[in-house]
Design a protein around this ligand. Structure first.
Ligand code: PLP
Length: 375
């Protein structure tokens, strides 16, 4: 029997790869380093007590949409929720891209944007960033002019570089995208860590959506919940495309409860931003090249003079039970690694492991660089 073949256009697809290794310190997927407070867990348990397990959930998740809308000073018709922001992005692509249409990304960026587009059958075009990972607006204009994409992705802060797009650059790209009758998606999975948000640019008359997630700042990656804010006419299109009852009742309630803990979330964000600063200083002191980050992770390149490739540094860190993201072979990121900002202890473990790795590469005794004592 001949096996059924998947679609020809999927033949070269390799799927999503991020090793899930069993290590002590996991700093590879930009999750929140700590669970939400015990009061949250208790409130979720209470909220689930009268759940009607035998009934389908509220199909539109309207209570949750209303609560998210309140958080952002909007109305529920501007909100679309799904199973993680990945499903939000997928729904946007299913509705506005797909076969016969084009999706544009600016590399290096979040790999799932192009991946989801290709799975939808869309053609993808990849523009490239400047060496410092900012956008070259002239090159962006050229790409949009020639390929006239239906959907353009920007990610701010950008994963994996940490770059925050300026308001001026997002506004310029939006004007270009609108002139090509396309839609601009600004992925703000790390938006709360950043000094400004494209949410301020949303308007019923603009072809702009902003996506957010509960996976990072809300410390709920296990629940898979994300959303977007956008014009009502666009949200209505997404509601036509998404599967009925896709958002289960447990998640809807957990999301609602999370929104009662905004202060705890903001405290976690502040602590991570502080730790991010400490890590940046320590990595620089170790001789690494460090890029500015507006997110909960840092892109860095280990010092070349130690003679270790990024891949080798990554392996040595794993040997020391520390897992970071190996981006060293990604286009434009030669030799780079991406580390998630963890708890103070996790970050110390990471710095110790990196210091040890680099010291051993030149046969020197193990020692943290001066000024990086963590107390
Ligand atoms: C930029 C970006 N967008 C979206 C996602 C997906 O997040 P979610 O867990 O909400 O699907 C991630 C996850 O790492 C991300 O980095």
């Amino acid at each position: 029997m001949a096996r059924p073949r998947p679609r020809d256009d999927l033949a070269t697809l390799t799927g999503y790869h991020s090793p899930q290794l069993s290590v002590d310190v996991r700093l590879n997927t930009n999750e929140a380093p700590e669970a939400p407070p015990p009061a949250f867990t208790a409130a979720v348990q209470e909220a689930l007590a009268d759940l009607e397990w035998h009934r389908y959930p509220d199909r539109g998740a309207w209570e949750l949409r209303r609560a998210i809308a309140r958080l952002h000073g909007r109305s529920a018709e501007h909100v679309f929720c799904a199973n993680g922001s990945n499903e939000v992005l997928q729904t946007v692509v299913l509705a506005f891209a797909g076969a016969g249409r084009t999706v544009a990304t600016f590399e290096p960026t979040y790999a799932m944007h192009g991946h989801i587009a290709r799975i939808s059958g869309a053609t993808t075009v990849a523009g490239h960033r400047n060496e410092d990972f900012t956008l070259d607006l002239e090159r962006v204009a050229d790409l949009i002019d020639t390929s006239r994409p239906s959907v353009v992705f920007l990610c701010s802060p950008n994963n994996p570089t940490g770059t925050v797009e300026t308001e001026a650059s997002i506004s310029s790209v939006l004007a270009m995208v609108e002139a090509a009758d396309g839609l601009l998606v600004v992925d703000e999975a790390y938006g709360q860590f950043s000094p400004w948000s494209a949410l301020s640019l949303l308007d019923e008359e603009r072809s702009l959506v902003v996506t957010r997630t509960f996976s990072k700042t809300w410390a709920m990656a296990g629940a898979r919940l994300g959303y977007l804010l956008g014009p009502t006419w666009l949200v209505a299109e997404l509601d036509k495309v998404v599967l009925p009852y896709h958002l289960d009742a447990v998640k809807q309630r957990a999301g609602l409860v999370a929104l009662d803990f905004v202060e705890a979330m903001e405290q976690r964000v502040a602590a991570i931003v502080e730790e991010r600063g400490r890590l940046q200083v320590a990595l620089t002191a170790l001789g690494a090249t460090v890029w500015p980050s507006g997110a909960n992770f840092i892109l860095f390149r280990p010092p070349a003079e130690r003679g270790l490739e990024g891949q080798t540094v990554w392996e040595r860190l794993v040997e020391r039970s520390v897992l970071v993201r190996n981006t060293s072979s990604w286009e434009g990121l030669d030799g780079c690694l991406r580390v998630t900002v963890g708890t103070k202890d996790d970050n110390d473990r990471f710095l110790d492991a990196l210091t040890d790795t680099l010291d051993r590469s030149r046969g020197a005794p193990t020692s943290r660089p001066p000024g990086t004592e963590t107390g």
